[in-house]
Design a protein around this ligand. Structure first.
Ligand SMILES: [Fe+2]
Length: 385
């Protein structure tokens, strides 16, 4: 049995790192960039900082500010058209997962592949060999999109979130960019990172490389997420979370995530809840569900979360301990429950078919049948109110 693991794009990490964006683009031979972002990132003053860096390095740029949450394929088509019209030779995604994923998917079109982009956004993602440089600058500590190949794009025609794999060139992870995040976004995106790490660690495609990143990320998140929520201006906590989210992205790069994200995607499509919040809501019960099938791995996760073990715990017990710890983090950060969001139990259990049918569920360490998915979804609704 062989394992395959790949390294992500290079990462420049540190406070103020956005100031060398222009220099790095120039080194890559880029002459004109398209900056891809949403209006919130612009309002936070982050685009001004990126633009100043490009100006200082003599790299021209155009902007695309049309990114929206859970970007649909039409937004990617618009970004790709903007890049081509501007004569851009590279893409820079600045923001959360939506901006970075839009830039990643738009690279398909800027690389000369014919559109519309939805031809490449499929339920079981294919890899497209994009050729233009894609530089990613996360402004949240959660998605890890800067470390992965995958771009997750909404397909409104299919009422689904599907994906495509592309090449990325460089990540610039600057914790200062996360300081202004609203507390709710800090909580949701941080829990998304925890979902990446714990699902990657229990994925049936986990490898010795992804394991290192996963456990490292879980430790840092356990130590710093609630503190960064409570002390948003503290750059040390923000730095720990920024690198933890990047590691969690590296963790799921090859083994992917599994049933937690299948549930997260289904909730997000049904209730239009943000990705991080949706994935957080499913995570605890998914860990409880998989624990008896991966007890040693669940013991590692429990230890990384700071839970004291005596070594004799059963898989079931370990699942309960980890689920309780996740709910504890959610309560400490006032994450709303599905009930508080106005969802009914029937609506939630009605997502069982979508969860069982998601390609991500095939990475779960035990089979996700529709009946099992329905049972877990019921517990997701009942377990956190
Ligand atoms: Fe995620």
């Amino acid at each position: 049995m062989y394992q395959e693991f790949t390294a992500g794009a290079g990462v420049i990490f540190g406070c103020g790192a956005i100031s060398i964006l222009g220099e790095k683009l120039a080194e890559l031979g880029c002459r004109k960039a398209l900056l891809v972002f949403d209006r919130g990132v612009e309002r936070a003053g982050i685009i001004k900082r990126a633009a100043a860096s490009l100006d200082a390095s003599g790299v021209a740029f155009a902007t695309f500010d049309g990114v929206i949450a859970d970007p649909p394929d039409a937004v990617v088509d618009a970004a790709g058209a903007a890049a081509i019209a501007a004569g851009a030779d590279c893409l820079v995604g600045i923001g959360g997962g939506s901006s970075m994923d839009t830039a990643k998917a738009a690279a398909i079109l800027l690389s000369g592949n014919s559109g519309p982009v939805k031809n490449y956004i499929l339920a079981r993602p294919i890899s497209v060999n994009t050729t233009v440089p894609v530089v990613l600058v996360p402004t949240t500590a959660g998605t890890g999109s800067e470390a992965t190949r995958v771009a997750i794009i909404s397909r409104p025609d299919e009422n689904a979130k599907w994906s495509v794999n592309v090449n990325t060139t460089l990540a610039i992870v600057d914790p200062e960019l996360t300081v202004g995040l609203p507390p709710e976004t800090t909580a949701h995106t941080g829990l998304d990172a925890l979902a990446h790490a714990t699902e990657a660690y229990t994925s049936n495609a986990a490898n010795i490389h992804s394991d290192l990143y996963a456990l490292g990320a879980i430790r840092k998140i356990a130590e710093s997420l609630v503190l960064s929520y409570k002390h948003p201006e503290n750059i040390d906590y923000r730095s720990e979370m920024a690198i933890a989210a990047n590691w969690a992205g590296m963790a799921f790069r090859d083994p992917l995530t599994h049933m937690g994200h299948a549930i997260g995607d289904a909730l997000s499509v049904e209730f239009h809840t943000p990705h991080g919040q949706s994935c957080a809501l499913g995570l605890a019960e998914v860990m409880r569900f998989v624990a008896p099938h991966a007890p040693e791995r669940m013991a590692d996760i429990a230890s990384a979360l700071g839970i004291a073990l005596n070594g004799g715990e059963s898989g079931e017990k370990l699942g309960d301990l980890v689920a309780d710890a996740i709910y504890g983090l959610m309560r400490a950060m006032n994450v709303k429950s599905l009930q508080q969001l106005g969802a009914t139990r029937e609506q939630v259990t009605g997502l069982a078919k979508a969860v069982a049918g998601s390609h991500l569920s095939s990475y779960c360490p035990t089979e996700v049948t529709e009946a099992r998915a329905e049972e877990v979804l019921g517990r997701v609704f009942d377990g956190y109110r």
